[in-house]
Design a protein around this ligand. Structure first.
Ligand code: RTP
Ligand code: MG
Length: 147
């Protein structure tokens, strides 16, 4: 089953949005298979956001994402990568539709509450960066037979 790496960013943790965000994915019908609260090291941040190295916002991005704890998760389900990106909304909260997580809770592009993998390759890479295989719980929710 498809998996995506989803993370409540430091602003989301500070603003008490962990529960709200977890609830949205639960209610949608996805399954949480791993989760932990961690403070990202600068090394991990540079690896995670390696694709943006050299861009004007890179330094800010690394310093923001390492500035406080994040809630890192793996969510599983049919088409979870694409659907989670839809649920998050556009990168810039000013352009994100109301009803999306960034549209409802975000203000600035530099503090946009949530991260989600943007492709199968990113998901695989990010999951390996943040979790060991034995952190991932393999189980099935019977309710998912109905959605
Ligand atoms: P993320 O990786 O965090 O889920 O966000 P994303 O895919 O929607 O956006 P991406 O292009 O990967 O950018 C990563 C993060 O960098 C910050 N950013 N700032 N113009 C800017 O100042 C700018 N552009 C991007 C955002 O915080 C974005 O989430
Ligand atoms: Mg991205």
């Amino acid at each position: 089953m498809e998996k995506s790496f989803i993370m409540v960013k430091p602003d989301g943790v500070q603003r008490n949005l962990i529960g709200e965000i977890v609830q949205r994915f639960e209610k949608k019908g996805f399954t949480l298979v791993a989760g932990k609260l961690i403070t990202i090291s600068p090394e991990l941040a540079e690896q995670h956001y390696g694709e943006h190295k050299g861009k004007a916002f890179f330094e800010n991005l690394v310093s923001f994402i390492t500035s406080g704890p994040v809630f890192a998760m793996i969510w599983e389900g049919e088409d979870v990568i694409k659907t989670a990106r839809k649920m998050m909304g556009s990168t810039n909260p000013a352009e994100a539709e109301p009803g999306t997580i960034r549209g409802d809770y975000g203000v600035r592009v530099s503090m946009n509450v949530i991260h989600g993998s943007d492709s199968g390759e990113s998901a695989e890479r990010e999951i390996k960066l943040f979790f060991n295989n034995d952190d991932i719980v393999d189980y099935k929710k019977t309710v998912n037979d109905w959605i």
